[in-house]
Design a binder for this molecule. Structure first.
Ligand code: GYE
Length: 328
């Protein structure tokens, strides 16, 4: 038992492979639910691309500790191939449950089938897969990203309800092919699509990072002198874009109105400072619910197929009030 490592924080795939050959407690394979009742979870994280992700990783690691679950953790650096290798390594190590946040929606059937054949239950956390066979995973815990997009669009509708002039919108999308990028785009479009005055004049991925958000916004500003609104699929890209807007001599929040998603502290600060106009919350604190679900699926108990996170929205005034107690 002394040898057992309760939390393995491994960055990158090499580390995952290492854990596969001899890590996870130096041959202590007794950490299975059948033996002493303890549970080992293999968790494949997307990466460390945003403030949201950092908070999510912390939540998962801390909740595993609290729940007494042994966590094998790997960071896929935003690459699907790394996640597939990590999942295969967890199957080899015979963990009790696998949880992962799929970087993109498609291309998971083969590896999920392998987990199923090995009788290891899988929990999707944060992001969805598009597999037709839903028996490949036990449950999906995370936000309703389409609804988040709708909330962003609804604010815009209200903000411009009295005008008839065209509203030129640029969009910074999340990681191409990811559930939040697909869904936040779709939900937003669904709401604004009915009114001809709203025109999305440019839409490109900023990969959910600050650096890419800034770079793409710089290009948008050069190509389009007449941008009224920026819709960024997360705070980090919005924060990068703010630097680009200021660099171009414009005032974020005034010359260009900004809507983002997440509501991490840095985003909330920019909202309170008037540089962002509205944020749709997306909670990264999924750890406690994930551990509860893991315990149930390992015991063979039934769990709901979908667990949706509760979320709100913030105006500038609401951000000022909420900031002092903000956890992430
Ligand atoms: O909004 C973004 C992160 O999947 C909900 O991923 C998550 C998204 C989040 O990089 O900041």
């Amino acid at each position: 038992m002394l040898k057992r490592i309760s939390t393995l924080v491994l960055a990158g795939l090499t580390a995952v492979t290492l854990a596969g050959c001899g890590g996870g407690g130096g041959g202590d394979t007794s950490a299975s639910s059948g033996g002493d009742g303890s549970i080992t979870m293999g968790f494949s994280q997307v990466g460390a691309e945003s403030g949201w992700r950092t908070a999510n990783t912390k939540s998962v690691q801390e909740s595993a500790k609290t729940a007494g679950i042994t966590l094998k953790f790997s960071d896929a650096q935003q690459k699907q191939e790394n996640q597939i290798k990590a999942i295969r390594s967890y199957i080899q190590q015979k963990v009790d449950v696998i949880a992962f946040s799929p970087v993109v929606e498609s291309g998971w059937d083969t590896v999920l089938k392998e987990a199923q054949n090995a009788k290891i239950p899988v929990i999707l956390t944060d992001r969805a897969v598009d597999s037709k066979d839903t028996s490949l995973y036990k449950t999906f815990l995370g936000s309703d990203f389409v609804e988040e997009g709708r909330k962003a669009g609804t604010w815009l509708l209200e903000e411009y309800k009295s005008g008839t002039d065209p509203v030129n919108i640029v969009e910074l999308q999340g990681t191409t092919g990811s559930a939040p990028a697909n869904d936040r785009k779709a939900g937003f479009q669904e709401v604004i699509g009915g009114e001809a005055k709203f025109k999305v004049i440019a839409s490109q991925t900023g990969d959910f990072t600050r650096a890419k958000g800034k770079e793409v916004m710089e290009a948008f500003l050069k190509a389009h002198p007449d941008i009224d609104v920026l819709y960024a699929h997360n705070d980090d890209m919005g924060l990068g874009a703010i630097e680009a807007i200021e660099g171009a001599g414009k005032v974020p929040g005034k010359d260009i109105k900004i809507i983002t998603v997440d509501a991490v502290k840095d985003g909330m600060q920019a909202l309170a400072d008037g540089k962002i106009n509205y944020i749709v919350e997306c909670s990264p604190l999924l750890g406690p619910q994930l551990m509860d679900l893991a315990k149930k699926v390992v015991k063979g108990e039934s769990v709901p197929a979908r667990v949706v996170t509760e979320e709100t929205t913030f105006t500038q005034e609401q951000a000022k009030a909420a900031l002092p107690q903000r956890q992430y």
